[in-house]
Design a binder for this molecule. Structure first.
Ligand code: HEM
Length: 527
């Protein structure tokens, strides 16, 4: 019988081959041979390890750090083995965002509601296009500027709810913490338009509900990194019994979802039971809800495949509508709220700009005590427009990176052969601090938008990125601009402001950012 042949060296050879392959794939290729290897790296180890980019996100220093990196290394920086940050228009913003590169999974992880995707979270370009077509019209500039519901509800929010508080400050000489009121205004004015005056929130007067909401909305922020940047790792640890994120974070999200969906259900009843005209006249027409519901119905009507009926649904697409509408409120409250706080902060320190603005507002000549100016005329005021633009530039509410993924081999900022699957991102935090476009970028100077030459203005508009750009640009930008302008016009036509306590106005890092002190105390004096 032949004795079995043994190859004692085989396991060692296999192990060596695996190690060499691993060395090549995970170190040599990404660090030296990949098309990304020529791009300046944030740290030497960022060429083959994602730990550096995780670290700056975990430590909440990403916006500032990436800004410093661009100042040091130029328009493109490698943050990880397959991750680039860009800070240029040609080959950067234009290629990635105007070019429609898809969003990363991060949006789905962080902004999904009711376990149902919405306009913000949908990555698939076709699905996104379909959803966007449903709301483009209702959020267009002409619809926003001519909406009677918007005027009626915003007018009630400003004159009936906010003004009594400001008048009391003027009468008593007591300061007002305007920051939570700005969140409240942003929410009330948006939900008034979205769901109509009757169903919209009243956070300005109902402090208990407002505080309940902000507690559930903000208190989980310190844990965002684990759930949304490293979700698989976090879930894996949880299966082993190690919880990095307390259970109440998920419960807060569910509580907010449960709070919101009955509002949609009531809007559905209203739309089904009453004519549009009288509700439009009273300001109670749920404008966004009705538009989205109607579009879903129209598309269902045209679809060749009948939609499966779900008995548990009170009306078709209930959770898709709720997911989108709830996401709109999330998008509205913090962004516009923070922008308003910084705008008040700067105006309160600049009496000269305040009086110039008041002079401009008086040219509109409405009955300033009870009536909002005409939206189109207001929108055309140059100083007011400059003040809002400069605030959104200097204190960009969404300053964090907007990650996308390369869909094919492409050229980024002059670097050719960038393969598909690379995370590429830009951030308004850095774009808005380009000194060649915005000289002395740290200064709040509305004049820069008025005194600029046409060429300078074109360049500034190219780099102004508060609402993003391309097909995933903010759908609510026209609403946000008008809503901010309406309240600023009403307030500064009637009140003078000065700072009482502005400690901690520095902006927090992260995707969206407000004052670290979470407050701004102002004195209001009626003029
Ligand atoms: C000053 C106020 C606002 C600012 C600065 C702002 C900023 C932005 C930015 C930068 C994006 C792009 C984000 C990304 O791609 O990562 C965005 C998207 C979006 N915003 Fe806003 N936003 C504001 C107000 C609003 C309002 C009032 C709404 C209400 C409808 C809204 C709804 C959305 C939606 C749905 C998207 C996703 C669009 C898409 O992916 O197609 N935003 N916003």
């Amino acid at each position: 019988m032949a004795s079995p042949v043994s190859f004692p060296f085989l396991p060692a050879a296999a192990l060596t081959a695996v190690l060499l392959a691993g060395l090549y794939k995970f170190i040599i290729y990404p660090a030296l041979l990949s098309p990304l290897a020529k791009i300046p790296a944030a740290r030497w180890h960022a060429r083959f390890s994602p730990l550096y980019s995780y670290y700056i996100r975990w430590a909440n220093i990403e916006n500032r750090t990436v800004h410093d990196l661009h100042r040091r290394y130029g328009p493109v920086v490698r943050l990880g083995p397959a991750e680039l940050s860009i800070n240029c228009y040609e080959g950067g913003l234009k290629t990635i965002y105007t070019g429609g590169f898809p969003k990363t999974e991060w949006y789905h992880e962080r902004f999904i509601n009711y376990e149902t995707d919405n306009l913000f979270t949908t990555a698939d370009p076709k699905e996104h296009h379909h959803l966007k077509r449903m709301v483009t019209n209702v959020f267009s500039k002409s619809s926003i500027l001519s909406s009677s519901t918007l005027r009626i509800t915003t007018s009630a929010v400003i004159f009936d709810r906010l003004f009594p508080i400001l008048r009391e400050s003027s009468r008593s000489g007591k300061a007002v913490n305007i920051h939570p009121l700005n969140y409240a205004y942003a929410m009330d004015s948006f939900t008034g338009f979205q769901l109509g005056g009757k169903l919209g929130t009243n956070f300005i007067q109902n402090t208990e509900e407002r505080e309940w909401y902000t507690h559930h909305f903000f208190d989980g922020r310190p844990y965002l990194f684990w759930d949304f940047e490293v979700p698989n790792f976090t879930r894996w640890l949880q299966r082993l019994g190690i919880r990095l994120v307390p259970a109440w974070c998920a419960e807060s999200q569910f509580a907010l979802e449960d709070w919101f969906v009955p509002k949609c259900d009531r809007a559905a009843e209203l739309v089904a039971s009453q004519d549009e005209k009288p509700l439009q006249t009273s300001g109670d027409w749920p404008t966004i809800f009705a538009a989205l519901k109607q579009k879903f119905e129209e598309f269902d009507g045209k679809s060749k495949t009948p939609r499966p009926t779900d008995e548990s649904e009170l009306y078709p697409h209930r959770l898709e509508i709720a997911s989108n509408l709830f996401d709109h409120t999330v998008a509205a409250i913090e962004t516009s709220g923070n922008a308003l706080t910084y705008l008040h902060y700067e105006l309160a320190r600049r009496p000269d700009v305040q009086s110039a603005l008041r002079g401009e507002l008086l040219t509109l000549d409405p009955d300033r005590k009870r009536e909002l100016p005409d939206s189109k005329a207001l929108d055309a005021l140059p100083l007011l427009d400059a003040i809002v633009h400069e605030t959104l530039r200097r204190y960009t509410p969404v300053g964090g990176p907007q990650p996308r993924v390369t869909p094919r081999v492409c050229t980024i900022a002059g670097y050719e052969g960038i393969p598909p699957g690379v995370r590429v991102q830009a951030s308004s935090w850095t774009l808005h601090r380009n000194p060649e476009v915005f000289p002395d970028p740290g200064a709040w100077r509305p004049e820069r938008w008025i005194g600029a030459t046409p060429d300078e203005l074109t360049e500034m508009r190219k780099w102004f990125w508060a609402f993003g750009s391309g097909s995933r640009m903010c759908i609510g930008s026209h609403f946000a601009m008008l809503s901010i302008k309406l309240v600023v016009a009403a307030v500064y036509a009637q009140f003078q402001t000065s700072v009482v306590d502005a400690e901690g106005m520095e902006q927090t890092d992260g995707f969206s950012g407000g004052p670290i002190g979470n407050k701004l105390w102002l004195q209001f004096v009626e003029v």
